[in-house]
Design a binder for this molecule. Structure first.
Ligand code: FMN
Length: 397
């Protein structure tokens, strides 16, 4: 069944940005009911919210349907989650003090469950001790999202900016996920490393980092504290409260993972470190005309095995390795499980062009010392959750 979001909209300048959030929610199959304050209606016509949400917008506390139901109680009870965005300093102050003088504040008082609050305002209004006290008070019962830093509509520069719609959307998605990894420290090695040939050229591989990023997102949604040591790949999840540390070479990736490893509950290593580095790396660019005919051949040497070195110091950590193979997938994976002292290994066949590298889909074996599970072809996000389910099932945490 569709999740029902009651979106409370107050008269902040960022009101137009909430339209993006509404369409994002509707596209992702949420049922959105918008309630606006009277002042919000002065900034934007409710018809726009009605068109995007495909639901009537409510404002008046004394409005009655034909069936004499008490509207604010019905709206409060029927919603799975209330989100207030943008939330003015004014309405925030009312909520923090239990004031119910319009439909929205009445609904909030009748709902009595955890809400997501998205305050946004001028930096001086935000820094005012009264506003700060109200935020602290509301944080005891609700998720109060931190506002962004930047140029504000009033011309000031500072904190108070409305967060991007995708960050609010992510907070909403996360609200509905079971927190079975609450406060677990999850460390992830993600993406390809690179090894320089000269200052402008390098050796690397085709890893997109998608599996590592999906694991990071899913672990974060399940309540974990997530650190990603990230190679030469992009991520759309950098604003979602995940700690991303960017590295280039194997040595840098090892150094950063090693720094966090002792204090980690779960290490996930879908990274694709380059197996070799260049022995005769040049400090200046190899020139095409001058050097090409008569340059030194590139000599390679073995690179540090990150996972094997990390697990030498393994104590309480639950360690998950990944194996991308082209043949005898299960056999290689099982030998890697033992060789690298892993608790679990996730293996897939990269010779299949439709899955694996760069694809959004994969099909894997999840192998422990006493069990082999095989998944269907699934999205990488679904695979990430299957892997995390297997870790939770092992009850080693
Ligand atoms: C153009 C305009 C933009 C405003 N932007 C904000 C804002 O971003 N944040 C805020 O707290 N108040 C803002 N205000 C002030 C509120 O609208 C004002 O405090 C109002 O009484 C709040 O009413 P409400 O909370 O019932 O919507 C703005 C006012 C105007 C006219």
């Amino acid at each position: 069944m569709k999740k029902r979001i009651l979106l409370g909209v107050t008269s902040g300048i960022a009101i137009y940005k909430t339209l993006d959030l509404v369409s994002m929610l509707v596209k992702n199959d949420y049922d959105v009911n918008v309630v606006m304050t009277e002042n919000a209606k002065k900034l934007i016509n409710p018809i726009i919210f009605e068109t995007l949400s495909k639901n009537k917008v409510y404002t008046d506390v004394f409005y009655r349907d034909m069936d004499v139901e008490v509207k604010h109680i019905k709206l409060a009870l029927n919603s799975d989650l209330i989100v207030l965005a943008p939330l003015t300093a004014n309405t925030m102050a009312k909520i923090a003090n239990g004031i119910a003088d319009n439909l929205l504040t009445n609904i909030v008082l009748a709902h009595n469950k955890k809400m997501i609050l998205v305050p946004s305002m001028n930096v001086n209004m935000l820094n005012n001790p009264i506003t700060q006290r109200n935020i602290k008070q509301l944080e005891k019962d609700h998720i109060v999202m931190e506002s962004d830093f930047g140029h504000l509509a009033c011309g000031d520069y500072g904190k108070g900016k409305f967060p991007q719609a995708k960050r609010i959307f992510e907070q909403i998605e996360s609200y509905f996920v079971d927190k079975d990894l609450q406060d677990k420290k999850v460390l992830i090695g993600c993406g390809a490393t690179i090894e320089n040939i000269d200052p402008v050229r390098y050796i690397s591989n085709f890893s997109s980092g998608k599996m590592g990023n999906e694991l990071a997102l899913c672990a974060k949604r399940r309540g974990a504290i997530v650190t990603v040591v990230c190679g030469n790949v992009k991520s759309d999840y950098r604003d979602f409260g995940i700690n991303y540390i960017d590295v280039k070479t194997n040595e840098q990736m090892y150094e950063q993972l090693n720094k966090y490893f002792n204090d980690t509950d779960i290490l996930l290593m879908p990274a694709a470190p380059v197996d070799f580095k260049v022995k005769n790396k040049k400090d200046t660019k190899i020139k095409k005309i001058k050097d090409c005919k008569n340059y030194d051949p590139i000599e390679i040497e073995e690179n540090i095995d990150i996972l094997k070195n990390l697990t030498k110091n393994k104590k309480k950590q639950f360690v998950v390795g990944f194996a991308a193979e082209t043949n005898s997938v299960k056999e290689y994976a099982i030998s890697k499980l033992k060789d690298k002292n892993l608790n679990l290994i996730v293996a897939n066949d990269v010779s299949n062009k439709n899955i694996g590298f760069n694809s959004d889909f994969n099909k894997v074996f999840i192998i422990s010392k006493d069990e082999i599970k095989e998944t269907e072809v699934l999205t990488k996000r679904e695979i990430a959750n299957k892997i995390l389910d297997s870790i939770v099932e092992k009850k080693c945490l």
